[in-house]
Design a protein around this ligand. Structure first.
Ligand code: PRP
Ligand code: URA
Length: 270
């Protein structure tokens, strides 16, 4: 019996559909932010005398570059510098230093008057009244400062910017960015223990500015003068809170005397 049109159609061997391939995960696009070339400090002399530190600090505008002058911070950074300090202690010190630096960095946040009632009477008192706050650690090592910051300002939202330094070029490579949706309206505190060439900090700030953030502060434990210069040139509107200003950068762009690789010391990865 001749086959009907219908059955002829169904006899046709259907070509299998091409297997749908999962699109490959894209590497985040590497943006070309302005960079300032930094070279290792020529004839690096390690001088951490009080006199030498003050001389290095005097290069920078004290209105925007805050070298935190506090015995506890200095003591704790010294403990963190020691090669024998293990991961657990290093992590604890980082958290404590973050709390103390946060205290300084938030000193002048705007306050507003409010009528409150104490157990004794009604009174006018001041409480935080400016923009809401956000903390943005630069991954990985900036995470070490996150808990200390949150202990002091628990209502802050948290964003993360992932950057690592290319081992050969010391240039930052972006791999992650997730910010609070209203980050642009917030007062933002970027955290990273180290400000070496300034590449990572300045790229992170460029990313935040691209997102619309206007009120940005940068908090670190140890800085090299080179990194501070870079931040001042590229982001003169960002104030810096620095625990210690060291002597300079070695040929691998590590801060000297510094404290080594902060990420490895916080996470115990080396
Ligand atoms: C370290 C540090 C800063 C950066 C500082 O991170 O935590 O982010 O280097 O150097 P720079 O001023 O020359 O850019 P690293 O790239 O080692 O990544 P990690 O935090 O994942 O260890
Ligand atoms: N990153 C670190 O962790 N340490 C340095 O000294 C410089 C960059």
């Amino acid at each position: 019996m001749p086959k009907s049109k219908e059955s002829k159609k169904s006899d046709k061997v259907k070509k299998p559909k091409k297997a749908e391939t999962t699109p490959k995960a894209k590497k985040p696009e590497q943006k070309e932010y302005p960079r300032i070339e930094v070279v290792p400090t020529p004839d690096l002399v390690v001088d951490m005398s009080q006199e030498a530190i003050l001389k290095r600090q005097s290069e920078f505008d004290p209105k925007m570059v805050h070298f935190i002058d506090h015995a506890l911070i200095e003591h704790k950074i010294t403990q963190a510098r020691k090669v024998k300090t293990g991961t657990k202690e290093f992590r604890e010190l980082t958290k404590e230093i973050a709390m103390l630096e946060c205290y300084e960095a938030t000193r002048y946040l705007p306050l507003k008057e409010k009528v409150i009632e104490t157990p004794l009477c009604e009174t006018v008192a001041r409480q935080l009244g400016g923009k809401k706050l956000a903390i943005v650690p630069i991954l990985r090592a900036g995470l070490g400062l996150q808990d200390g910051m949150l202990t002091m300002i628990p209502a802050a939202k948290v964003g993360h910017i992932g950057l690592y330094r290319d081992e050969k070029t010391a240039q930052p490579v972006e791999y992650f960015c997730k910010l609070p949706h209203d980050c642009a309206k917030r007062e933002v505190f970027v955290t990273d223990p180290m400000l070496a060439t300034g590449g990572s900090a300045s790229d992170a700030v460029f990313q935040l500015k691209e997102y619309g953030c206007k009120h940005i502060h940068f908090i670190c434990m140890v800085a090299a003068p080179e990194g501070v210069r870079v931040m001042r040139k590229l982001h003169p509107d960002v104030d810096l809170y620095i625990g210690a200003l060291d002597c300079g950068l070695n040929e691998d762009f590590y801060i000297v005397p510094g404290l080594g690789d902060a990420g490895d010391r916080i996470f115990g990865t080396k």
